[in-house]
Design a protein around this ligand. Structure first.
Ligand SMILES: NC(=O)C1=CN([C@@H]2O[C@H](COP(=O)(O)OP(=O)(O)OC[C@H]3O[C@@H](n4cnc5c(N)ncnc54)[C@H](OP(=O)(O)O)[C@@H]3O)[C@@H](O)[C@H]2O)C=CC1
Ligand SMILES: O=C1O[C@H](COP(=O)(O)O)[C@@H](O)[C@H](O)[C@H]1O
Length: 496
């Protein structure tokens, strides 16, 4: 894990796809510009369509230009890119790929270090890993690593099956399951906020915290991913992975050390302590929604059922709100509320920790509003922390006023923080799997999600579409908190 300029041969399966274009190529370039790649690296793009190396290099250059919004002219960098046309289901074609990899390994003195990045539809994951092994592409002198995109299965059973398949070719330590939220600067900051601040850790439990809210809202609809999304929905697309990972980081016990194994084992304990939701309790704990037509940034947008490749009678949820209970000593009785959705009012990911009220409120004896202390962790688009406190109103005897202590991460550092994929790729090159999901976490997450998904698949949502594009989701999501005497806090940066 010590090497700061790791040598690696990166093989991207699905190199002509959306993810490679938007995230992977710009991330590799950014690492190169920052001097985090040695000159001893090569990237091989793999997909079915026929492209020459030059055409592929042109494609990658355009992707980088699009992402950086600057003219891209870096011959030295782009000369490390190669293309190999291959249908991953055709075992015979892997031999040529093997020869190419061996040649590049020697040209760039890579010493046999290989990353196989599967940026393809998940149904191919098992086939690719089986062929990589049987055709000898995994026989290397250095290290080999498999980066695997989400979704990791579509329920526990399929995830177990997939895991069994890929484990035939790669050990658990060689598998890097991407959850790009774990690469976000402020998600990584959760641990530091909690464990490096004496003022928070003693309060981080059911004696002082009333509830925790996590919102991840998007203004985009399903864009051109209707075919995938209509079989997935927000529960499997966002909750099973990103939202539960944030819950685990917020709720875990302090690890003994900051090692990959110690951190992951604490996260798994949280996921296993999630109170299981039985089929007949789903309506009590979870709310689903689907967007109809509406207005986003003053433009009319269509409803989900009108999107391309979406069933006009679709039962798929584009919004989820839920109440999670963690049945352990620290969190007994504290609800963790989550909500996520497409075509909502604002693009924002935010965590609000609401502290309990002081035992006797000396200052709010009248009908004035009580202002609980809040710790807000702004994940995106703004990055920072806000602590909401009460202070004395200047001049007016002992009247109080809410105040905010604000730390804006990207304002102070002045530059954009690195893209999550950039950090995760670099971690993978250095062999640091801390910010990737272990199989035990995946399994525990699916165990929790499965009953909810089963109920939603088997019962038609009669009220769909039930929220307008540009809103904050269906009314029932507000009622979920109102039942407990709470409400959602604003996701607006300067909101309360
Ligand atoms: N796009 C995104 O923002 C995100 C994507 N992901 C995940 O990343 C993965 C890739 O997604 P995305 O890039 O959007 O997918 P795309 O559909 O855009 O790309 C699929 C890629 O696979 C190639 N391909 C398809 N079939 C074969 C085959 N039989 N043999 C070889 N290559 C093949 C395609 O190229 P060709 O047609 O030339 O063969 C193309 O390069 C998925 O698992 C997705 O869930 C995860 C998070 C976000
Ligand atoms: O994994 C996914 O995440 C994106 C949201 O990611 P963000 O970094 O923009 O918050 C979501 O749009 C997509 O549907 C999902 O597959």
């Amino acid at each position: 894990m010590s090497n700061v300029n790791p040598k690696s041969l990166i093989v991207i399966f699905g190199a002509t796809g959306d993810l490679a274009k938007r995230k992977l190529f710009p991330s590799i370039y950014s690492l190169y510009q920052k001097g985090k790649l040695s000159e001893e690296f090569a990237v091989v793009g793999v997909a079915r369509r026929s492209l020459s190396d030059d055409a592929f290099r042109h494609y990658v250059s355009e992707a980088i230009e699009h992402s950086t919004k600057q003219q891209f002219l870096d011959e030295a960098f782009i000369s490390h890119f190669y293309y190999h046309s291959l249908d991953v289901t055709n075992i015979a074609s892997y031999q040529e790929l093997k020869q190419l990899l061996e040649r590049l390994d020697s040209t760039y003195n890579i010493e046999g270090n290989r990353i196989f990045y599967l940026a393809m539809a998940p149904e191919f994951f098992g086939t690719i890993t089986a062929h990589l092994k049987s055709e000898g592409l995994t026989n290397v002198n250095g290290w080999k690593r498999l980066v695997i995109e989400k979704p990791f299965g579509h329920d526990l059973k399929s995830a177990q099956h997939l895991n069994k398949e890929i484990r035939k070719a790669f050990s658990e330590k060689e598998i890097f399951r991407i959850d790009h939220y774990l690469g976000k600067e402020m998600v990584q900051n959760i641990e530091v906020i909690r464990f490096a601040n004496a003022i928070f850790e003693p309060l981080w439990n059911n004696r002082f915290i009333a509830n925790i809210q996590i919102t991840s809202s998007e203004t985009l609809g399903v864009e051109d991913r209707g075919r995938y999304y209509d079989h997935s929905g927000a529960l499997k697309d966002m909750v099973q992975n990103h939202m539960l990972q944030m819950v685990a980081l917020l709720a875990m016990e302090p690890p003994i050390k900051l090692t990959t194994d110690d951190i992951r084992s604490e996260k798994v304990k949280v996921l296993r302590a999630l109170r299981p939701i039985s089929h007949d309790e789903v309506g009590q704990y979870f709310v689903r929604g689907q967007y109809g037509r509406g207005i986003i940034r003053e433009k009319e947008v269509i409803g989900y059922r009108e999107e391309n490749n979406v069933d006009p009678d679709s039962n798929t949820e584009t919004f989820v709100a839920g109440k999670l209970m963690i049945d352990n000593f620290r969190w007994a009785g504290v609800p963790f509320y989550i909500r996520t959705g497409k075509r909502m009012k604002e693009k924002s990911t935010k965590i609000v920790v609401q502290f309990k009220d002081v035992p006797m409120n000396l200052y709010y004896r009248t009908s004035e509003n009580v202002h609980p202390n809040l710790l807000v962790i702004h994940i995106q688009p703004d990055e920072g922390i806000t602590l909401h406190l009460n202070a004395k109103k200047s001049g007016e005897s002992m009247k109080t006023t809410p105040i905010k202590l604000d730390y804006c991460y990207n304002c102070i550092d002045g530059i954009n923080t690195p893209e999550a994929y950039e950090k995760l790729l670099y971690d993978c090159m250095r062999g640091d799997a801390t910010n990737f999901t272990h199989w035990d976490e995946v399994a525990a997450s699916w165990s929790f999600i499965d009953p909810i998904a089963e109920v939603w698949t088997n019962t038609k949502a009669a009220d769909f579409p039930n929220y307008e594009a540009g809103s904050m989701g269906p009314k029932a999501a507000d009622e979920l908190l109102q039942k407990d005497g709470f409400h959602w806090w604003s996701i607006h940066y300067n909101g309360q």
